[in-house]
Design a protein around this ligand. Structure first.
Ligand SMILES: Cc1cc2nc3c(=O)[nH]c(=O)nc-3n(C[C@H](O)[C@H](O)[C@H](O)COP(=O)(O)OP(=O)(O)OC[C@H]3O[C@@H](n4cnc5c(N)ncnc54)[C@H](O)[C@@H]3O)c2cc1C
Ligand SMILES: NC(=O)c1ccc[n+]([C@@H]2O[C@H](COP(=O)([O-])OP(=O)(O)OC[C@H]3O[C@@H](n4cnc5c(N)ncnc54)[C@H](O)[C@@H]3O)[C@@H](O)[C@H]2O)c1
Length: 465
């Protein structure tokens, strides 16, 4: 068994740990590959944030005729060259992934890259199945950065149909005419926008009565209304059966109107993700996990086993790349400075859903504030009430803020509408640095008539003591 100073399992955010400060450490990096191309570099680069946003931008452009119509500009989407879109996006991504792999494999003399599935066999001991054999390795320290994978629900017949997940759907051979999207979360909402904008007829199926129901209820309700205008939305449905049908699939649903069957050429399953702790057999390594399979960590990202850290989707309640990267920097520091550890900061974690309209959020929703008995005041500013909103003829978007009336501290911010992920950043900054909602709107200039006036006016609308 070869012994190392450090083993890193997973090359998503885990890949960023190694820098010059580790050049005299003997390090093993283990990676099994993600997606249908078995790529190096993790979910975000290969099958997550980056390709999806490249498709989202393309979808936004493809969707511009509908925006033009409102403004008196007749545009027509005459052609969607799916193969060209797909190959442009993955031509760029696959090159980055492969050069990342080559860098680790060939240009880091102190790093040994194992390409295969790692599994714990004991405390800080692993076996890597490389496909051609098994390699046993151990280390003084181990970083578990092995992420997660799509969760497939147990629907009768699911194993008899060709379904896609986010791991495979972006590499479809041809653009289908129709698609059923199962799940109304982040992935469902982003792909529904992508594929419908490219001309695919989308049916979205959800169990509850709202799309993106984790968002503030006003945002989720507004999004559900707009989604119902764009897609065939089947909410409050349970699935009883899925089966092959013609050149696609059929899904049998039970809902408020009884039994119904929906057909489509392609089925995309977007019903959440599960952590890869089972593949790793974390239990054999003595590593404690929660009921949902997430590795348990303390505030310094230490697991229950001395010398073993975890970060990102495998351990975090926030399955977001900026959180995985933050935790990676914490682990990096704590590996280098074991006597002076730092803690992860999960106080104000923002997220965005890159669908249409866009959504961004940080802090408490109104429901959470109520459930926790927190005293708050709220303010809602419509895009329709600011100059740039008039320019865009936006009729659906708004920003909603919650603040503590006594201290003026912001408690939560939720935006639905154009550029929401960009507009929310000054509010994330205000919350992170403790800036007061009283001084924020008038303590600085806001460029007129730019979109951040939405945030300025929402702040001015707060009734503070
Ligand atoms: C479709 C989609 C879109 C997304 N969009 C966004 C977005 O816009 N913004 C955002 O913030 N987040 C987004 N996310 C979430 C984001 O991608 C993840 O939070 C992030 O990639 C997690 O990083 P990680 O390092 O924890 O795990 P990963 O990047 O998943 O890395 C884990 C690595 O470990 C490897 N591995 C797993 N098990 C083993 C094993 N036993 N042996 C060897 N190797 C193993 C895997 O192959 C993988 O490469 C998206 C996710 C998806 C699926
Ligand atoms: N823009 C972003 O930051 C971004 C984009 C995509 C994904 N992500 C991350 O990836 C994670 C996974 O995304 P996701 O959309 O798969 O998960 P999700 O948790 O956001 O949504 C999954 C949805 O599927 C539903 N569901 C579960 N089982 C079902 C079933 N049998 N039938 C119908 N619906 C069912 C759930 O109720 C939920 O609404 C997200 O939580 C997010 O953290 C982030």
């Amino acid at each position: 068994m070869r012994h190392f100073d450090l083993i890193i399992i997973g090359t998503g955010s885990g890949n960023a740990i190694l820098d010059d400060r580790f050049s005299d450490w003997d390090v093993a990096v283990v990676e099994k590959g993600v997606g249908s191309a078995s790529s190096y570099g993790g979910t975000c680069l290969n099958v997550g944030c980056i390709p999806t946003k490249m498709f989202v931008h393309t979808a936004d452009v493809a969707d511009s005729p509908s925006a033009g119509e409102t403004l008196g500009v007749g545009l027509r989407r005459t052609e969607v060259r799916w193969e060209e879109i797909r190959d442009r996006i993955f031509g760029r991504i696959d090159t980055i992934a492969e050069s990342g792999r080559r860098f680790r494999a060939e240009q880091n003399p102190n790093v040994t890259l194992y390409e295969g599935v790692a599994r714990f066999t004991g405390v800080r001991q692993l076996v890597v199945d490389t496909g051609t054999g098994q390699e046993a390795i151990s280390a003084d320290r181990v970083v578990v950065a092995a992420g997660g994978r799509p969760l497939i629900p147990d629907i009768p017949g699911i194993d008899d149909v060709d379904y896609h997940t986010s791991d495979s759907v972006m590499r479809l051979e041809r653009l289908p005419e129709s698609m059923i999207i199962l799940g109304t979360g982040f992935i469902g909402a982003e792909f529904a926008h992508i594929f419908s904008s490219l001309g695919v007829s989308v049916t979205m199926v959800g169990r509850s009565g709202r799309v993106l129901r984790g968002e503030d209820v006003d945002v989720s309700e507004r999004f559900t209304e707009t989604a119902a205008r764009r897609w065939d939305l089947r909410l409050n449905r349970t699935q009883t059966k899925v089966a092959p049908s013609g050149d696609g699939v059929e899904l049998v649903l039970e809902g408020p109107d009884g039994t119904e069957t929906v057909h489509a050429q392609t089925l995309l399953v977007a019903t959440g993700r599960r952590p890869n702790s089972d593949l790793l057999d974390t239990a054999a390594g003595g590593i404690a996990t929660a009921e949902n399979g997430k590795v348990r960590v303390d505030s310094t990202q230490r697991t229950s086993v001395e010398g073993v850290w975890a970060l990102g989707d495998i351990s975090s309640e926030h399955e977001l790349k900026h959180v995985a990267n933050h935790e990676e920097r914490v682990v990096q520091h704590n590996l280098l400075h074991p006597d002076d550890p730092v803690e992860s900061d999960h106080r104000f974690v923002p997220h965005a859903v890159f669908t249409a309209p866009q959504i961004a959020s940080v802090g408490l929703t109104e429901q959470q504030a109520r459930e926790r008995g927190i005293t708050y005041t709220s303010s809602v500013q419509d895009y329709a009430g600011i100059a740039y909103g008039w320019a865009m003829e936006d009729r659906t978007g708004f920003a909603k803020l919650l603040a503590d009336p006594a201290s003026g501290r912001l408690l939560g911010a939720h935006i639905i509408g154009p550029q929401a992920p960009t507009l929310i950043q000054p509010l994330v900054q205000a919350m992170s640095f403790g800036l007061d909602a009283r001084s924020l709107p008038r303590g600085q200039y806001w460029i007129h008539p730019a979109m951040p006036e939405l945030v300025e006016n929402a702040l001015l609308g707060l009734e503070l003591d």
